[in-house]
Each structure stands twice: as structure tokens, then as C-alpha cells.
Design a protein around this ligand. Structure first.
Ligand code: IPE
Ligand code: IPE
Ligand code: MG
Length: 240
């Protein structure tokens, strides 16, 4: 493990956890079994990320487009999220994890909204890893909501449109106060953003792996971080 110490650790890692359905199908299991296995993996990867020194982990759990899936699958996914919100407090307390849900939660069932609020409230002073869970999240929808809010502030005379900076916009997003991801990982062989953090990922390094999310391990995370270490981040400038 000495090797890890020499690695440059990205401060913020974002993950598009993909391939749960295919993982299950390959084993002759219902898709929902892939999701429940995937949920276990997230908890393990959160711990691994924390141990590696990653400060923020953001995972895509449910997109604004995922409502178009069969009703039973949507319910199964919501129930997994429900279970997580209800049972993870002791672990978050023990590991000093701070939870934030990003996305439009107003469309979620009231009891789920309540347990999200409760978990966020009870972990908000934790000083360890920041764990963002994207639920009913879509980047375009997030930007739309931010623009609406800023437009209202301008209309009310509390914001001069000429004073809108990139920072103003960042601060109006669900990820306000969280540094942009340095590394994006997408599993299961797909290489697209699927409406995830489009503003925030402007300069992230992208890492794609064929591994399906339920098979993703600490070793896969380390491989992604290793790949990140071989990238040269230029931000449009030149390397000396
Ligand atoms: C990712 O796995 C989990 C969610 C989108 C909620 P998928 O369910 O997309 O799995 P595949 O892509 O169908 O294999
Ligand atoms: C993206 O995965 C959303 C989540 C991981 C929650 P999808 O499987 O829904 O995305 P597409 O359909 O392949 O673009
Ligand atoms: Mg998928």
C-alpha cells in the first residue's frame, strides 16, 4: 500500500455507476438484484475513497431520465435509497461522513424527502469525506433551477445581471461550495455524461472502465486514480 502514498489523490471523484442491470442479466437475475448489489458496492467504495484520502465523492444514483424505466424498477431504486437514508446514520457518524443530496428532491415521495433532510442535518457538521448522492438529478435541470432562482433575485432587485459571474452560477447550483470534480469515472463501458454535472466537469479527467458497477472494487478505484496520475492537466495553458 506504500504505492498509494506516492499517488496524487484527486480531491473530488465523481462516479456514474452504470451496468447494474447488465450485471444481473448476465447472472440470470432480475435487474433489481443488480441495483441492490450496486448499493452495497457504493458503501464500500465510499470507505475506500475515504481511506485513500479523497475528500469528496459524488455518485449518480438516479437521473431525471430514469423515471422512464418500468415502474417496478423505479420503485425498487427508490426503496434502496430510502433504506440508505434510514440506516446509514451510525456509519456516517462513525466515519465522519457529511451527506448532501443533489437533484430536485421535491419530486420524491415525502417520506424520502424527510429522511434525506434528516440525514443531511445530522451529518452536516461532520468533517470527513463529503458524500454527494445525485437523486432525480439532471445537469440541465439543475442549471434551469439555478437560472430561475437567479432571475427571480434579479427581478426582485437583489441581483444586478451585469454582476453575474461564473462563481455566481456555481454558487446557485446544487453543488454550491463543493470543489469541481477532478476525476470522473464511468463504469460498464459507456462513454457519455448522461446529463451528469455538465457544468462542474468542465475540466475533469475522464476514466472509463468495462467493469460493471456491482463488480467495482477498491482496486478499480486505485486503477482510475493511477490513470489520473498519468494525465497532464493543462487548463488551456502550457506546461512549463
Ligand atoms: C446503473 O445501472 C444504475 C442506474 C441507472 C440507477 P443500470 O440500471 O443503468 O444498468 P444497465 O446500464 O442497464 O446495465
Ligand atoms: C446514468 O446511467 C444514470 C445513473 C447512473 C443514475 P443510465 O444507464 O441511466 O444512462 P444511459 O441511459 O446509458 O445514458
Ligand atoms: Mg445504464
Amino acid at each position: 500500500m506504500a504505492e498509494i502514498k506516492e499517488r496524487k489523490i484527486p480531491q473530488h471523484v465523481a462516479i456514474i455507476m452504470d451496468g447494474n442491470g447488465r450485471w444481473a442479466k448476465k447472472r440470470g437475475l432480475p435487474r433489481t438484484m443488480g441495483h441492490s448489489q450496486g448499493a452495497k458496492v457504493v458503501e464500500q467504495i465510499l470507505e475506500d475513497a475515504d481511506h485513500m484520502g479523497i475528500k469528496y465523492l459524488t455518485v449518480y444514483a438516479f437521473s431525471t431520465e430514469n423515471w422512464s424505466r418500468p415502474k417496478a424498477e423505479v420503485i425498487a431504486l427508490m426503496n434502496l435509497l430510502r433504506a440508505y437514508m434510514k440506516t446509514s446514520l451510525p456509519k456516517c457518524a462513525k466515519n465522519n461522513v457529511r451527506i448532501r443530496v443533489i437533484g430536485d428532491r421535491s419530486k420524491l415521495d415525502q417520506d424520502l424527502q424527510d429522511s434525506i433532510q434528516d440525514l443531511e442535518e445530522k451529518t452536516k457538521t461532520n468533517t470527513g469525506i463529503g458524500f454527494q448522492i445525485a437523486i432525480n438529478y439532471g445537469s440541465r435541470d439543475e442549471i434551469r433551477r439555478a437560472v430561475t432562482r437567479l432571475a427571480k433575485e434579479a427581478k426582485d432587485g437583489n441581483l444586478n445581471p451585469d454582476d453575474i459571474t461564473e462563481e455566481t452560477i456555481s454558487d446557485a447550483l446544487d453543488t454550491a461550495g463543493i470543489p469541481d470534480p477532478d476525476l470522473l469515472i464511468r463504469t460498464a463501458g459507456e462513454e457519455r455524461l448522461s446529463n451528469f454535472l455538465m457544468w462542474q466537469l468542465s475540466y475533469a479527467e475522464m476514466y472509463f472502465t468495462d467493469t460493471a458497477w456491482p463488480d467495482f472494487t477498491k482496486e478499480d478505484l486505485e486503477k482510475a486514480v493511477d490513470a489520473y496520475n498519468h494525465r497532464e492537466r493543462r487548463y488551456g495553458g502550457l506546461i512549463q
